[in-house]
Design a protein around this ligand. Structure first.
Ligand code: SF4
Ligand code: SF4
Length: 278
């Protein structure tokens, strides 16, 4: 289904993830999951809230942490909605001497069918499924327009007389409520994720819009860390994050302003994997 991302069916295209949409977007759109095809329940990268990640792990399934970061030299204007949104779902940190903000995304990961998809292509945890499953094919980010061509739903799903978008706004009450709850959790948990990352020894992130650093701590350790609350006085924080880029000139530019930066690894041999955005 990472943010921001999503191969599993595409490194960053799953529920709630793709940033680069293909195909036209429509201000008014009807949709109904009439087909029950289960396509969106395969090859997952599902962004999860803290509670959803705990439940996912307790069922014995896999959760990873995807990190992206960007330099943050000054606070944005209040009217800069995009920057304020980014600020609200990130935490402040340092890369060497450079102030940055880090977005850490708890992500359910599965190649092939979701472990909760039964043989009749029904969700076996329907009443407890994550927000992102209830939102699809709508978008969580207010800055990503819904492009049907980038979704997995068959053509007939878009012809039902069930309004989903009107004037670019979600009008389905249930979807709208889950979008709001997902965004609230993102904002509420952003600072706590600094403690989470520190507890797990996580300190690298890919430059925003390039991809994600994928951290896969042992699942029992991750479950324990998810239960630990925020340490708010800065005692528990990574002293310096490493910024990863797939472009040498960006690494050089970051190093020139005092950041700790390195090139993305060419393979997945190290402890941290790298997902590049298309
Ligand atoms: S939790 Fe349910 S709805 Fe979500 S991907 Fe898995 S099977 Fe599909
Ligand atoms: S891909 Fe679309 S139509 Fe198929 S099950 Fe998922 S939401 Fe429903």
């Amino acid at each position: 289904m990472i943010g921001g991302a999503d191969s599993v069916h595409s490194a960053v295209q799953g529920r709630g993830w793709a940033r680069h949409r293909t195909g036209p977007t429509l201000a008014n759109l009807d949709f109904s999951c009439c087909a029950a095809c289960g396509k969106c329940c395969h090859d997952l990268r599902l962004p999860l809230t803290r509670a959803e990640a705990i439940a996912w792990l307790r069922r014995g399934d896999t959760v990873e942490i995807l990190c992206e970061a960007l330099p943050w030299l000054e606070e944005p204007e209040a009217a800069d909605r995009r920057a304020q949104y980014r600020r609200g779902r990130s935490f402040g940190a340092l890369s060497g001497e450079l102030p940055i903000r880090v977005v850490a995304i708890l992500t359910a990961v599965h190649a092939g069918a979701c472990p909760n998809l039964d043989e009749r292509l029904r969700c076996s945890i329907y009443q407890e499924r994550p927000h992102v499953c209830r939102i699809y094919p709508a978008e969580i980010s207010p800055f990503i327009a819904l492009a049907p061509a980038s979704k997995l739903c068959p053509p007939e799903a878009w012809t039902a007389a069930a309004p989903l978008l009107r004037d670019d706004a979600v009008v389905d009450d249930e979807v709208r409520a889950h979008v709001a709850q997902s965004r609230e959790a993102d904002a509420r948990e952003a600072r706590w994720k600094r403690t989470l990352c520190a507890n797990l020894g996580i300190g690298s992130a890919v430059l925003v819009n390039e991809g994600f650093a994928v951290h896969a701590p042992p699942l029992d350790r991750l479950l324990e860390a998810l239960g630990q609350d925020e340490v708010g006085d800065g005692r528990l924080t990574c002293p310096s994050w490493t910024l990863v880029s797939n472009q040498a000139r960006r690494v050089d530019a970051l190093a020139a302003v005092g950041a700790q930066a390195c090139l993305a690894p060419a393979d997945d041999a190290g402890p941290v994997r790298y997902i590049g955005l298309p």
